[in-house]
Design a protein around this ligand. Structure first.
Ligand SMILES: [Zn+2]
Length: 171
């Protein structure tokens, strides 16, 4: 499977960040080249349908074409490899109201997101419930779950959740 790290500048950020010596040793620690990191394991998922009900008027809308999204999921702790979901989905056009829409896949991820709900929930929990600073949470996600989440992204998720505890200062 094709590796897409070249499209992800945050990988380099993540590597540079993953250096403090007080953490539990990690086999990727000290790695400075993206090519040396464990390759993601890909999994296919499908939300591909011949027809769906129009989200606007409820009439039957046939598939116009299919498209693919890539989602970063929680990785596999045993193999130590990141996990990526290749999600094939159908796009539809309603013949009645001419509305274009995608097959529903909000059970996996929010629209436009590059991460699954599982990643977002785990990340937010680390900050909100476990009280980890963003940077430490970001490192923890890589170390234990093999998923890179830049801490700015993490911060956006937490603030969007709007229920961050008041016990830590925010920077
Ligand atoms: Zn319609």
């Amino acid at each position: 499977m094709k590796d897409d790290t070249s499209r992800r500048p945050e990988l380099r950020e993540g590597v540079a960040m993953a250096s403090p010596g007080r953490y539990v040793p990690d086999r990727t620690e000290g790695t400075t080249r993206v090519e040396d990191l464990p390759k993601a394991k890909s999994f296919r998922q499908s939300r591909n349908y011949r027809r769906r009900r129009c989200v606007q008027c409820g009439r039957k809308a046939y598939r116009l074409r299919t498209a693919t999204r890539h989602l970063h999921d929680l990785g596999d702790p045993l193999s130590g490899r990141p996990r990526e979901i290749h999600l094939c989905y159908s796009q539809h056009r309603c013949p009645v109201c001419n509305r274009y829409f995608n097959a529903d896949m909000t059970d996996l991820a929010l629209p436009g997101s590059h991460y699954t709900h599982r990643v977002v929930h785990t990340a937010v929990r680390l900050v909100v419930e476990d009280g980890l600073p963003y940077r430490a949470a970001s490192w923890h996600l890589w170390r234990d779950h093999r998923v890179f989440v830049p801490f700015a992204t993490l911060q956006n998720w937490v603030e969007a959740g709007g229920k961050k505890g008041g016990r830590r200062d925010r920077r």
